[in-house]
Design a binder for this molecule. Structure first.
Ligand code: NAP
Length: 362
């Protein structure tokens, strides 16, 4: 990863193959930044990472501005009970937990606003941001916590039954299926891991894979093959999810024979077909891996652009838990606070005169 020590210099981002991408600034054409608000810390996204970053930044008197994004509260707002977040021995509903995070952040002076940061210009500080394609904002530092979105199949009834038997998180929801029969869709490591995990609770776990060969690593495959509760169903795709208020079965098709059938014993459908990090607005500025996850410097939330920090699922495809996201959100706020204290604030270029070059004021 290209890291520069100059606080006002940036490098173009690269993808997994190391090839730099030229950022597209055309969205800024014609946008007048003369009266744009200036903020010390702008936090983009409001899952556990974003709100935790806000709590810490607010308590450091940085008055963070938070843009809540297209799905305020993030992925947890699509789950029911959260039973693995420490401090809630009786569990808590995902949406309620995110409301509490928000209340805590606002209590200390966080300015939380609806809106999505759609474009960024990280070429120099202060950074330029565009909210909902049109509202200009300046930021001295930026914390990215835009999360990732689980991929779904896109079936109408699948979407309707999310949180009612359809889920993309076995760790979160597995224990609700004690003694039941569930199906996991996918053939990668996540599908192997989640199906194996689900056998702790479910009586039977079907793994439905669209091919007859798994993508998962050998060791994960073997673990799943050895598990007597897991049955693989090859060359099979889900075409419908049945049930009014809860999953009461699924309809599948064998894509080799064209034969369809209903599996009415299935009461839980787990999607394990990958996640997509919500990092499109940062393309060309930040180093990412092949899948678009932002690369941060080891043991920190620093990106390749000084003053821009990344936390939560936008940079973590490994753990993806609310508590780990909150942890990196905390790290990002501390990193941003220290970085700003060291490097100071910068005036926009329009406010600088020719005789007054960019200066950092502590
Ligand atoms: P993945 O490796 O991309 O696998 C996704 C699976 O879903 C593939 O088998 C794919 O089928 C299938 N799929 C994709 N779209 C589909 C669709 N529309 N309908 C039906 N099936 C579909 O994703 P992942 O398993 O989440 O893994 C992501 C990364 O995290 C990987 O690098 C993985 O190694 C890592 N990971 C590691 C661990 C671990 O080591 N403990 C655990 C989990 C994940 P095809 O195979 O036909 O493309």
């Amino acid at each position: 990863m290209a890291v520069t020590s100059d606080p006002n210099a940036t490098t173009n981002g690269t993808t997994g193959d190391g090839a730099p991408i030229t950022p597209d600034l055309s969205a800024f054409d014609g946008i007048d930044f003369a009266d744009a608000e200036m903020h010390d810390v702008v936090i983009i996204g409001t899952g556990p990472a974003g709100w935790t970053a806000a709590i810490y930044a607010a308590r450091a008197d940085l008055e963070p501005l938070v843009y809540m994004g297209p799905q305020p509260g993030g992925q947890l707002t699509t789950t029911t009970d959260v039973e693995n977040y420490p401090g809630f021995p009786d569990g808590i509903l995902g949406p309620e937990m995110m409301e509490r995070f928000q209340e805590q952040a606002e209590r200390f002076g966080t300015d939380a606003r609806y809106g999505t940061v759609t474009h960024v210009d990280f070429s120099e500080r202060p950074f330029r941001l565009l909210v909902d394609e049109e509202t200009p904002v300046y930021a001295q530092t930026v914390i990215i916590s835009t999360g990732a979105s689980a991929r779904y199949l896109g079936l109408e009834n699948e979407q309707r039954l999310i949180g009612k038997g359809v889920t993309a998180c076995a760790t979160c929801d597995g224990s609700f299926f004690r003694g039941e029969t569930v199906a996991v869709v996918g053939g990668g490591d996540s599908a192997m891991e989640e199906s194996t995990f689900l056998t702790k609770f479910a009586e039977k776990v079907y793994v439905l894979h669209r091919r007859d060969e798994l993508r998962a690593s050998k060791i994960m495959q073997e673990r799943a093959f050895e598990n007597e509760k897991i049955e693989f169903v090859w060359n099979t795709e889900v075409v419908d999810v049945l049930g009014e208020n809860q999953v009461e079965g699924i309809e599948v098709i064998n894509n080799e024979t064209g034969e369809t059938r209903v599996m009415d014993e299935v009461t839980g459908l787990f999607l394990a077909i990958g996640h997509t990090p919500n990092t499109d607005p940062f393309t060309g500025w930040l180093d990412t891996d092949d899948n678009g996850y932002i690369i941060t410097r080891p043991d920190s939330t620093y990106t390749n652009v000084p003053g821009v920090f990344a936390s939560g699922d936008a940079q973590d495809h490994e753990y993806r838990q609310a508590v780990t996201a909150a942890g990196t959100g905390c790290m990002a706020a501390i990193d941003a606070e220290r970085w700003l204290a060291e490097n100071g604030r910068v005036e926009p270029e329009s406010a600088r005169t020719a005789s007054q070059p960019a200066t950092a004021k502590p």
